[in-house]
Design a protein around this ligand. Structure first.
Ligand code: GDP
Ligand code: FO1
Ligand code: CA
Length: 318
């Protein structure tokens, strides 16, 4: 079976680990990763969501934090700070720096991001084919108004520096309109037997991937059933700022509203948590098959059960 999943960082990566636990050995998982969170820092190209997937599935992730490397040190960051060279608000560790150095060096030598990602995965062996959504530069920006006036800032500045403490007024995936899907992306979607939307951020993770021209259309046209899992439980994100960025696109932070936001043109099936069982009726009425199951990725068994439920629902709507 050929499974395609669109993924952001932590929510996507943890779900994919559960998915790997339930698939057969000859099943193939292709992950289309969000690169809208990418940022250039200290002359280096940092791809947080690709790295979170790669480290999580490859066994190098800082488990509690959910991003960055386990047993990390911060000597380089401290030395940069001693020179007064920022930004100091983004925590790049020494081990992680090596990834960004290799990536930047290969990009400078002319390799596209998809080839670079493949090379990095040679080391980490994530057990999935990890494709960036695009080889072209896309950067999500967030429009805010604060003491500095009305301006658009990088998504990482909004989330990591400002902790999403101010309202997001608009989400702008800069460069997405002219970006092309990376090699293999459209082919994988067209050839898929199942397409999954993990419980990733619907706006700044999956929404950004779908904003690359051709990807949304390919998912809508795919022969495979498309099943998603709600990142919103009980009217709030499990972690992160999905409520803030959903508000910016005019969508309520609820499991049902996120399903309607994707819409029945994209989604065939949708899983909500058991506490949101009352959403099943309205999602079904919107033309999307819906089930309520436990959706908290508390441990590997619970996460695997979620993946199994998603594949079961895909089978039912096929
Ligand atoms: P990010 O790039 O690191 O923000 O990660 P993703 O976009 O892949 O996923 C972020 C989303 O994961 C957030 O909106 C969370 O609500 C959701 N999430 C995190 N843990 C869980 C969980 O255990 N269950 C569910 N259903 N969603 C989760
Ligand atoms: N998230 C933080 O909240 N603070 C950080 O200092 C931080 C550093 C960081 C470094 C590398 C990396 O791959 C990810 C990092 N993240 C950090 C996580 C990440 O930027 C965001 O959580 C996601 O992009 C949100 O979608
Ligand atoms: Ca992200």
């Amino acid at each position: 079976m050929r499974i395609v999943a669109l993924a952001g960082g932590i929510g996507g990566a943890r779900f994919l680990r559960g998915l790997k636990d339930v698939v057969a050995p000859d099943d193939e998982i292709t992950v289309i990763g969000n690169t809208g969170d990418d940022i250039h820092l200290f002359g280096l190209k940092v791809c947080p969501d690709l790295d979170t997937v790669m480290y999580t599935l490859g066994g190098g992730i800082h488990e509690e934090q959910g991003w960055g490397r386990a047993e990390e040190t911060f000597a380089v960051k401290d030395e940069l700070a001693a020179y007064g060279v920022g930004p100091s608000w983004f925590g790049l560790g020494d081990k992680d720096f090596a990834t960004h150095i290799v990536r930047t060096q290969m990009l400078g030598a002319g390799y596209p991001l998809s080839a670079v990602t493949e090379a990095l995965c040679d080391r980490w062996q994530p057990g999935v084919r990890l494709l960036p959504m695009s080889d072209d530069r896309v950067e999500t920006h967030v429009r805010i108004t604060d003491d500095g006036g009305s301006r658009a800032i990088h998504f990482q500045e909004y989330w990591v520096k400002l902790h999403a403490a101010v309202d997001a007024e608009a989400i702008i995936p800069v460069g997405a309109d002219t970006a092309k899907p990376a090699p293999g992306v459209l082919e994988a979607i067209a050839a898929a037997d199942v397409i999954l939307f993990p419980p990733s951020n619907p706006v700044v993770s999956i929404g950004t991937i779908l904003a690359v021209p051709g990807i949304r259309e390919a998912v809508a046209a795919a022969a495979a059933p498309v099943v998603g899992l709600s990142p919103i439980i009980g009217g709030a994100p499990v972690r992160g700022m999905a409520d803030k960025v959903l508000a910016a696109v005019g969508v309520e932070a609820s499991a049902a509203a996120v399903a309607r936001h994707y819409g029945s043109r994209l989604l065939d099936g949708w899983l909500v948590d058991e506490v949101d069982a009352d959403a099943v009726e309205s999602v079904t009425a919107a033309g999307i098959a819906c089930r309520a199951v436990p959706l908290l990725m508390t441990d590997p068994a619970a996460t695997a059960a979620m993946a199994r439920a998603a594949l079961d629902l895909a089978e039912q709507v096929r």
